[in-house]
Design a protein around this ligand. Structure first.
Ligand SMILES: [Zn+2]
Length: 148
């Protein structure tokens, strides 16, 4: 009984540390990508934010606070680029429209005309979970589909 419990705890902590390692190793890459794409889309929107944080979040891809702080999941770098772009534009537009009303979606549509399709694709990915392995597999599938 005691040994069994100990083994279980050890296994769990090892998995946690490998996930943390992946985050530490990719955080700066995620920050660079996010800042570059924010700057790109903000040429159109011309909005102002306070600061950008890259986090290791379990479920959430991004968020925008009323203090104009933008938070993004570092796993954006594992998403197909057109979906990462959608997440970035979504949070960028929240700087102007903090709700999901029509004005918000009109704003998103200005740079992502096919946003509805991308929302559906992200919902499908969310159902599979955000594990590194699953996301890497999905990205490869999208790449293959884009080439054919
Ligand atoms: Zn939103």
């Amino acid at each position: 009984m005691f040994r069994f419990r100990r083994r279980k705890v050890r296994r769990r902590s090892r998995r946690t540390s490998s996930v943390t390692k992946h985050y530490v190793e990719h955080k700066e890459e995620a920050r660079e990508l996010t800042l570059a794409r924010l700057a790109h889309f903000n040429q159109h929107y011309g909005l102002k934010w306070n600061r950008v944080a890259i986090r290791n979040q379990r479920r959430c891809w991004g968020s925008c606070t009323s203090l104009k702080n933008l938070n993004f999941n570092y796993k954006l770098i594992l998403l197909p680029p057109h979906l990462a772009d959608y997440i970035i534009v979504h949070e960028l537009c929240h700087l102007k429209e903090l709700n999901h009303g029509k004005a918000f979606w009109d704003l998103v549509e200005e740079t992502i005309p096919d946003y509805k399709e991308r929302v559906a694709q992200i919902k499908a990915i969310d159902k599979l979970g955000h594990s590194i392995q699953v996301l890497e597999k999905i990205s490869i599938e999208y790449e293959k589909a884009a080439k054919s």
